[in-house]
Design a binder for this molecule. Structure first.
Ligand code: ATR
Length: 275
């Protein structure tokens, strides 16, 4: 029988995950079916239970259900526990003795780090600036710090949120937080994890932010560069968007489910052309 997977979200109709996982399945010869399911806003757990009853083996989870998915897991990866959110559910995963127990992981941070490396970015010993202090940023900090940057500065519109987020991760490395007005010095890597790009807004940042050869990364993507990426390119940084992160986080989820690492490059290229 074909193993079933899906992405839960609301809305979810425009998700690229079904196409990405279909490509991975074809490439690796895995017989899986992967669909997009719009879970009701007030009953994510019920949607997951129904999916499992119909033969579901695992799922991706996107906005707005990542925290609810976190709460229904029986076991969590270390990085998911710290993120407080999961984007990958695995039935009977990670050696759970009971086949119906749920294992939760978050693959967003691994996806971000892999995509940065693909672009030739060195995180070790780098000064890294992360913009935003919401769920998207919380989900990537552990894998980012595991690369051994010299420092990570979290800057956010609401400074107190950046400070408390940094405090939550302080045992993993040199990480501090504050407002946009407290950003000083130059950075080799600047990652935009705010949702400002969605509204076409640019966080107020110093013009001399980028060290020579710096990379500016936006976790968002689109047919056109985001406002942040346009601004970064005008100020000397190399702009990269988050489409590669999307494909890499999917690849890590696929690996968790099927034990195979798909080749992400051709899948990313096809998505890029279709944007
Ligand atoms: P997500 O899951 O996308 O991280 P979130 O948890 O609501 O969503 O967080 C959104 C982030 O984008 C926050 O850091 C938010 O800043 P505040 O904490 O001050 O709200 C940031 N953000 C949203 N709109 C923004 C804007 N127009 N300018 C700057 N930052 C913005």
């Amino acid at each position: 029988m074909t193993d079933r997977y899906c992405v839960f979200g609301n809305p979810v109709a425009h998700s690229k995950s079904p196409a990405i996982h279909a490509a991975f399945a074809e490439q690796t010869g895995e017989a899986i079916e992967y669909t997009a399911i719009a879970a009701p806003l007030d009953d994510f757990a019920g949607a997951w239970r129904r999916f499992v009853a119909e033969g579901g083996r695992g799922a991706n989870v996107t906005v707005p259900f990542k925290e609810e998915a976190f709460r229904l897991c029986d076991t969590l990866s270390q990085r998911a526990r710290r993120a407080g959110a999961v984007n990958t559910l695995i039935l009977g995963g990670n050696g759970l003795s009971n086949e119906l127990k749920v294992y939760g992981d978050t693959t967003d941070g691994v996806g971000l780090v892999r995509d940065l490396k693909r672009h030739g970015v060195t995180l070790a010993a780098a000064r890294v600036l992360v913009l935003g202090a919401g769920g998207a940023v919380r989900g990537v900090l552990e894998p980012l710090l595991a690369e051994g940057p010299a420092s990570v500065r979290v800057a956010n519109r609401t400074a107190a949120k950046a400070e408390s987020l940094a405090a939550d991760f302080s045992e993993l490395g040199e990480i501090t937080g504050g407002g946009f007005d407290a950003v000083v010095g130059q950075f080799q890597v600047v990652i935009n994890g705010t949702s400002a790009s969605l509204a076409g807004d640019l966080p107020p940042l110093p013009e001399d932010l980028f060290a020579p050869g710096a990379t500016a990364y936006d976790m968002m993507y689109g047919a056109e560069p985001t406002v942040f990426l346009r601004w970064a390119a005008e100020h000397g940084a190399r702009p990269e968007d988050g489409l590669g992160m999307l494909v890499e986080q999917a690849a890590e989820s696929f690996f968790q489910w099927r034990g195979k690492h798909p080749d992400t490059a051709p899948v990313l290229e096809r998505l890029r052309q279709a944007l």
